[in-house]
Design a protein around this ligand. Structure first.
Ligand SMILES: [Zn+2]
Ligand SMILES: [Zn+2]
Length: 141
């Protein structure tokens, strides 16, 4: 049997195999990707066509990776909150590059702390001496 004939025979066989399945007449349902109603060939069919399945699977993969990234960043945040502590209040901070809570530093200003360290903290964040006095009075800057 040559290749073409074998192919035809296979297709014929595949077609024959499909007939009883299509005759089972599963309930129509909306395609997970395009929302179009279609008759599934199997109860677990989620997409109406091959291209929808391709796009859908790819999106699922993307969503999965995004979820992993989010989980990882939440883990890191949790770790930081537990181990990376503010030197003023002793409570955890969500990020490693945060050295102290902003609110804690404002509290220092309120208490009258005008050490070079305190002033530099606000200076580095773009606050003028005037802004700092406003913060110390509890005003929005
Ligand atoms: Zn579809
Ligand atoms: Zn603090």
């Amino acid at each position: 049997m040559d290749k073409e004939k074998l192919k035809q025979a296979n297709e014929k066989l595949a077609g024959a195999c499909l007939i009883p399945v299509t005759e089972r007449n599963f309930k129509e349902k909306p395609c997970l990707e395009c929302g179009k109603w279609f008759k599934p060939l199997y109860p677990y069919m989620k997409y109406c066509c091959k291209s929808c399945a391709k796009v859908g699977m790819r999106r699922k993969q993307k969503e999965y990776s995004a979820r992993i990234v989010k989980l990882k960043s939440e883990e890191t945040k949790k770790w930081n909150l537990k181990h990376h502590l503010c030197p003023i209040c002793g409570k955890g901070m969500p990020a490693k590059n945060m050295r102290v809570h902003f609110d804690c530093m404002v509290e220092m200003l309120r208490k009258g702390n005008r050490s070079e360290k305190t002033l530099r903290y606000f200076w580095n964040r773009g606050y003028t001496l005037y802004d700092m006095e406003q913060l110390a009075r509890g005003e929005e800057v």
